[in-house]
Design a protein around this ligand. Structure first.
Ligand code: PAF
Length: 315
């Protein structure tokens, strides 16, 4: 298969590295970056991959010219949800009606994308709990092994199901523990509960995931945030796979030293995913007559933090 991974951030570099390190070299692996300067820099430098057993500089090919790359068999979108529209437009020359488009965004605001009939390719939705930390551009640390689930949100033809199975087999060969999920929506919501409970609070309290459990106010708010999300999920008929508050607390313990992606965004003064995570709960709550005061509160606090970036840069 010819596989592209768009977005050379932590998760994108992790997937590209694991697939590149695979013994079977029949597949072609390509990292794609819309930024030509960074693509050129990473092409010269290579991708530095660190894990417990490997520390290697990998000569993974970077492309910033989709027309030259041409259609791919599978394309992983490892970009933030607010960059997805732009990435789809940029990636268009690499997408044929048969290309599997794998969406790995946090939150749920990207889930309507498969309903757009302008999109070519076959949308696959995925969640991953692989722990990847970006140490510098093109330098990642594989902090902890996780699980990746991939599935369709709408009915697909058997030939597409077979191709997804084929892609999952390649991921497994690359030591990315993966599975096809017949209920990817519930998996996405399970990850959403965790992100709803952790990400905004770590940005507000400027603390690691584990520290949230030591701050009584933060812990109470976390429970309120996740409880509101669970009420919304119930109203929508989403299957809740496990106790979402317990699951969130467990993730805090397992990733105690992690800085959440939202805390990292705030520290680097980048746009956060607040709209795709807590924003989605607040919006769906109001559409379903469910009050979401905890989520509304953290949304406004994170937006206030984001506004301050501009105050610091405007003379
Ligand atoms: O977005 C994140 O940072 C991660 O999804 C998680 C699970 C909260 C761990 O930091």
């Amino acid at each position: 298969m010819k596989i592209g991974i768009i977005g050379p951030g932590a998760l994108g570099c992790l997937f590209a590295s694991r697939l590149f390190l695979m013994e079977n070299k029949q597949n072609e692996i390509l990292l794609i970056d819309h930024n030509p300067d960074r693509a050129a820099m990473l092409n010269d430098q290579g991708i530095f991959y660190e894990s417990d057993d490997v520390k290697q500089l990998l000569p993974i090919l970077l492309s910033s010219t989709p027309v030259e790359t041409g259609p791919l068999d599978a394309l992983f979108f490892c970009v933030k949800s607010h960059d997805l529209e732009q990435s789809l437009t940029f990636a268009n020359p690499m997408i044929s009606p048969d290309t599997l488009l794998v969406f790995l965004q946090n939150g749920i605001s990207h889930l309507q994308i498969h309903k757009r009939n302008t999109i070519q390719g076959i949308p696959v939705f995925a969640t991953s709990s692989e722990g990847a930390t970006s140490l510098a551009p093109g330098h990642i640390q594989h902090a902890g092994k996780g699980k990746t689930y991939l599935g369709f949100l709408s009915h697909q033809q058997p030939k597409d199901t077979n191709r997804l199975q084929q892609l999952v087999a390649i991921l497994q060969e690359g030591d990315i523990s993966s599975k096809v999920s017949s209920d990817i929506l519930s998996r996405i919501w399970a990850k959403l509960f965790v992100n709803v409970g952790i990400n905004a609070l770590t940005a507000i309290y400027n603390c690691t995931n584990g520290a949230l459990l030591t701050l009584p106010d933060a812990l109470n708010t976390m429970k309120g945030l996740v409880d509101e999300a669970a009420q919304v999920a119930q109203a929508l008929g989403i299957t809740i796979m496990e106790d979402p508050i317990e699951a969130t607390i467990t993730v805090c313990k397992h990733t105690a030293k992690n800085k959440s992606s939202m805390l990292q965004d705030v520290q680097r003064q980048r746009p956060t995913e607040i709209d795709a995570i807590n924003g989605a709960i607040s919006l769906l709550g109001s559409e379903n007559n469910i009050a979401t005061p905890h989520n509304d509160g953290v949304i406004s606090q994170v937006k206030t933090i984001e506004k301050k970036y501009h105050e610091h840069t405007t003379p």
